[in-house]
Write a protein that binds this ligand. Structure first.
Ligand code: UD1
Length: 351
């Protein structure tokens, strides 16, 4: 059996790693196409090296554009590769423009496509990702859901027959990574303070970065926190801060380069609190038992809100939220037991 994964943005390289291992372990021929949506080495190459994923068979080198242009360019470039490779299954991951472009291409070709991380809904239609999720799910032949809630959303939209609960592939990666994190080693070379004596922040969503007043309010709040606050800065954040003349290195705030996956896991385990707008980081914090404050009005990962392990705030609520008492509620196996990639490989072989 030949499976072709289409990836393009940082979180997709992380999700790809356990899937590649599981498929290869079952003797499946697994090819990878990189759309080139992310191209900076620290958002792309380092993950292929860190996870030992073979180089992609093709890199479409699409780069950064408006949503429509980026999606359209991927659609145009991807189609001939899929036609040439004739895969038994195409896999797309998550909710980026690369995900949607892959789904559109496959919907009009005689090759089956499965969506990993299907069924997530934030109900916020101002998020480009929400459109990508819904459209991708409705184009897919097979929907691989990470949680019961995701399965429920798919049922509500009449997609039950194509849906399977497999668990979250991010937990597979996380379980492997946390074993290698040692207590006495620094989280990352720039984070040189002891465990529990710093906050870790990431902000990259266009809803937070692209409105000057909102971004100013977020950065002001982070820079006034009572512990050093490290922010591994996404290129979008750096670009917008330059454009709006916002200083990312003031008060307690310290901007650092994007982290490798193992550095990130180590930093999450050692941080006192996480402040983020990333979907993946909310889950990582929850799974690793670090309280999280999310600067968004809603989350597609509602399970993380259990017992206030995660809480949603507007920028002005950041300071109060990080001082709430540490949650004590059990978290359980909400996102699966770390065998999602094996479940996916077995399901594809069976079907
Ligand atoms: C994308 C995804 C988002 C995901 C995020 C992970 C969409 C709609 N959004 O957002 O869901 O959470 O990836 O990081 O697909 N840039 C660089 N170098 C790069 C890549 C981007 O400098 O390698 C800069 C460019 O200025 C670009 C901006 O970052 O315009 C945004 O990049 P883009 O891929 O459009 O969206 P992300 O914000 O990364």
């Amino acid at each position: 059996m030949r499976v072709l994964s289409v990836v393009g943005a940082r979180p997709q390289f992380v999700k790809l790693s356990p899937v590649h291992r599981a498929l290869s372990g079952q003797g499946v021929e697994h090819l990878v196409i990189h759309t080139g949506q992310h191209y900076d080495s620290k958002l792309s190459d380092i993950f292929f090296e860190e996870f030992n994923i073979p180089a992609p068979t093709a890199n479409l080198a699409i780069g950064s554009h408006s949503h429509a242009v980026q999606t359209a360019k991927i659609i145009e470039s991807l189609e001939p590769h899929i036609v040439f490779q004739k895969p038994d299954w195409v896999l797309c991951y998550g909710d980026t423009n690369s995900t949607l472009a892959c789904a559109v291409v496959c919907s009009k070709l005689p090759f089956k496509m499965a969506h990993i991380e299907a069924g997530l809904r934030s109900k916020n239609t101002f998020m480009p990702e929400e459109h990508n999720r819904i459209l991708t799910d409705h184009c897919s032949d097979l929907l691989l859901a990470p949680t019961d809630n995701a399965m429920q959303h798919l049922q509500n939209e009449g997609l039950s027959k194509r849906s399977h609960l497999v668990g979250d592939v991010m937990i597979d990666v996380l379980n492997a990574a946390k074993k290698s994190v040692s207590d006495d080693v620094q989280s990352a070379k720039e984070i040189n303070v002891p465990k529990g004596r710093f906050y870790l922040a990431t902000i990259h969503r266009q809803e937070n970065t692209d409105i000057p007043d909102r971004l100013t309010e977020i950065i002001d709040a982070l820079s006034g926190l009572p512990l050093p606050t490290y922010i591994p800065s996404h290129p979008r954040l750096i670009k917008k801060c330059k454009e709006f003349n916002i200083d990312l290195n003031k008060g307690s705030l310290c901007s650092i380069d994007p982290l490798s996956y193992s550095e990130l896991v180590s930093a999450v385990m050692k941080a006192e609190h996480i402040i983020t707008d990333s979907g993946g980081l909310q889950k990582e914090a929850f799974h690793l038992g670090t309280p999280c404050t999310t600067v968004r009005t809603e989350t597609e990962w509602v399970e993380t809100l259990t017992g206030q392990w995660n809480t949603l705030v507007e920028p002005k609520g950041i300071t109060d939220a990080i001082s709430r008492p540490r949650p004590s509620t059990e978290r359980g196996y909400t996102f699966g037991k770390g065998n999602a990639a094996d479940n996916i490989a077995k399901l594809l072989l069976k079907l």
